[in-house]
Design a protein around this ligand. Structure first.
Ligand SMILES: NC(=O)c1ccc[n+]([C@@H]2O[C@H](COP(=O)([O-])OP(=O)(O)OC[C@H]3O[C@@H](n4cnc5c(N)ncnc54)[C@H](OP(=O)(O)O)[C@@H]3O)[C@@H](O)[C@H]2O)c1
Length: 270
């Protein structure tokens, strides 16, 4: 119960990896603040986790593509006297298509959610962590943040690469302050992610060994942040992919990613 009496804020807790983080943190004794847009999902999960783990759970419905959402979450928590000790920034989705196939508002909202909300929530809660000499921050990035950019899903890789570099900077700044910052870089993980972005038919053609369940992804991430590992890639296949892309000359890696993404586009009819 290493997180007894700590409060953990989990974004994107209504499904997938975020819901599993909520369960794993509660199993370690943490009280939870769960946020996402779907309030009914959050309430159902909160009721389940209160019963299962005997922890306090608060839910806040918020759209993190809205610039006002992070300060509003901080305001509500301050009013309730809740200090966030553990921040799991996880909310996200994928935006298929080439860059010019999506209008600017779609890209703007994507960046607000996938980059700016992560940075803003960290800015809001990190000072308290440093003052209390304790904090854990996990930014849910992706293998896509560690390999060359793909054609299609144009901003996904860059957004995830930002989170890797951001975690590295935070870890360097927080050394000795009791705060561990980490970027979790999963590969294909079973969740609602590919249903939401309508690529389920496409990715279900991939071999099963390329996929992980969210439970080992989350368990590994929590172990990694405790050990002070700044970049954590779960799973052998994902580790191999990242290693290969680093080992190959950069143009070869870029050509491989381009070829794979072109193949997927042909298969999906995009
Ligand atoms: N699944 C994969 O293969 C995979 C691989 C690498 C990285 N990731 C990353 O893992 C993270 C979690 O994804 P997942 O796989 O668990 O997907 P998921 O099952 O679709 O869950 C996504 C979560 O994000 C929330 N969310 C989406 N848009 C939001 C918004 N505008 N405001 C607030 N919350 C929002 C969703 O809740 P509401 O809809 O209720 O708002 C949901 O709780 C993402 O950052 C994703 O990029 C996933």
């Amino acid at each position: 119960m290493i997180y007894s009496n700590k409060w953990a804020l989990v974004t994107g807790a209504s499904a997938g990896i975020g819901a599993v983080f909520a369960d794993a943190l509660a199993a370690r004794g943490a009280n939870l603040v769960l946020t996402a847009r779907r309030k009914d999902r959050l309430e159902a999960l909160a009721a389940d986790l209160r019963t299962k783990h005997n922890v306090k759970v608060k839910t806040i419905a918020a759209d993190l593509a809205d610039t006002d959402a992070p300060p509003e979450i901080a305001r509500v928590l301050a009013a309730d006297g809740i200090d966030v000790d553990i921040l799991i920034s996880n909310a996200g989705f994928g935006l298929p298509g080439f860059y010019t196939e999506n209008e600017w508002p779609a890209h703007r909202d994507f960046l607000q959610l996938m980059v700016t909300s992560y940075a803003h929530l960290t800015r809001l809660f990190l000072p308290g962590m440093i003052a209390r000499d304790y904090g854990r921050i996990i930014h849910v990035s992706s293998v896509a943040g560690l390999v060359p950019g793909s054609a299609g899903h144009t901003m996904y890789g860059p957004a995830k690469a930002f989170l890797v570099s951001f975690a590295q900077s935070l870890a360097a700044e927080c050394e000795g302050a009791g705060v561990n910052a980490s970027a979790l870089c999963p590969g294909f993980t079973y969740s609602e992610f590919h249903d939401v972005n309508d690529t389920r038919g496409l990715v279900s053609q991939l071999p099963g060994y390329m996929f992980m369940s969210p439970e080992p992804v989350v368990e590994g991430a929590l172990e990694a942040v405790e050990k002070g590992h700044v970049v954590y890639v779960p799973g052998l296949w994902n580790k191999f992919t990242v290693w290969l892309m680093k080992a190959l000359p950069r143009p070869w890696g870029a050509a491989m990613v381009k070829q794979q993404s072109a193949k997927f586009r042909r298969q999906s009819g995009e």
